[in-house]
Design a protein around this ligand. Sequence first.
Ligand code: ATP
Ligand code: MG
Ligand code: FE
Length: 336
Amino acid sequence: QYILGIETSCDETAVAIIKNGREIIANVVASQIESHKRFGGVVPEIASRHHVEQMTIVLEEALNKASMTMNDIDAVAVTEGPGLVGALLVGVNAAKAIAFAHQKPLIGVHHIAGHIYANRLIKEMTFPALALVVSGGHTELVYMKAHGDFEVIGETRDDAAGEAYDKVARVLNMPYPGGPHIDRLAHEGEATIKLPRAWLEEGSFDFSFSGLKSAVINTVHNAEQRGETILPEDLAASFQESVIEVLVTKTLKAVEAYDVKQLLLAGGVAANKGLREALTETFKNKEEIDLVIPPLHLCTDNAAMIAAVGAIMFEKGMFSDMSMNANPGLDIQFQQ
Ligand code: ATP
Ligand code: MG
Ligand code: FE
C-alpha cells in the first residue's frame, strides 16, 4: 500500500510517499522560512503564493525520488485543516486534481493527527497511548485508545508553546522562527531569572503560556528602564526551564492518570533539545512507558506524517469526495 501525502497548512510545501503506513519512500519539504523572515512571521498571502509555485515541483521531486508514477499510488492524502485557509486550499486543490486525474481515492487528514502519526514512522503504536503535542499553534495532551481515536485531555488556554517561543525570541531580537534560536541560547545560559509556572487548577491538564511570555517581556523592559543588563542566554534558559518544567510535569501526571503504555512527542517544539532531554531523563527509569521521540525533520511540518494518517484512514475506508474543502477549524476526531 502506497500513500501519497500532501501538506501545505502553513509555510512548508511538502509531498511524501510512504509504504504500508510506516516506511518512508520519499519525503520532500520546501520551506519558505527565508521569505517570511523579514516580516518576523508567516505572511498568509506570501505562503499561498509560494505553495502554488512549489506544489508541482515538490510533487515531481517526490515521485522521482521514489522512482514511481501516480499509477503506483493507492490513495492521495492531504491536510484538510487546521491551518491558514489560503495555504490549505493549494494542497487540497492539488490533491483533488491529482486524485481525479488518476482516479485515486482522496483522504482528508487533520494536521495535528499528522504530527502525532510522525511517531508511527519511527515505531509501531501501542495503546493506550498519550501524545504531547507542542507546535506553533497547538499545545495539547491527546489520549488514544486505538488508531484514529483521539481524546484531547488538556490544551492551552491562550498561547501555544511554539507561539510563546517565537514571541520571546522576537523580544530578544532573534529571527523567525525563534524556537530553535532560544533553544540554542538556553543551553549557553543559566536559569537564574525567576519566572512563573502556570500550573492552573489541581488536576488540570490544560496549559497557559501567555503569563510566562508577559513576564519575560516585563523583565526585559524593566531592565532597560533601570539601565541594567540581563544576559539573553540567562533569560532564554529561564524561559525554557519554565516551559519544560510545566510540560514534563503535566505529561508525567497524565501518563500516570491514564495508565498509558506509550508516550509520543509531536509538533515543531518537539524538536526542542531541552524538552527531548528532560522527557528522556524523566522516563528513563519507567520501563513500563515506551517513550517515542521522532527525529527533528519529522517533528516540524512534513507530508510523511500526513501520509501516515492517510494509511490508517485508507485501511478504515475513510475517503473524501470531490466536495472536500480546506477547513481551518477542522476537529481532530476521525475514529470509525
Ligand atoms: P500547528 O502544527 O499547530 O498548526 P505549525 O505547523 O506552524 O503549527 P510546527 O511547524 O509544527 O507548527 O512547529 C513550528 C514551531 O516549532 C515554531 O513555533 C518554532 O519556533 C517551533 N520550534 C521549532 N524548533 C524548535 C526548538 N528547537 N525549540 C523550540 N521551538 C521550536
Ligand atoms: Mg512551519
Ligand atoms: Fe504543524
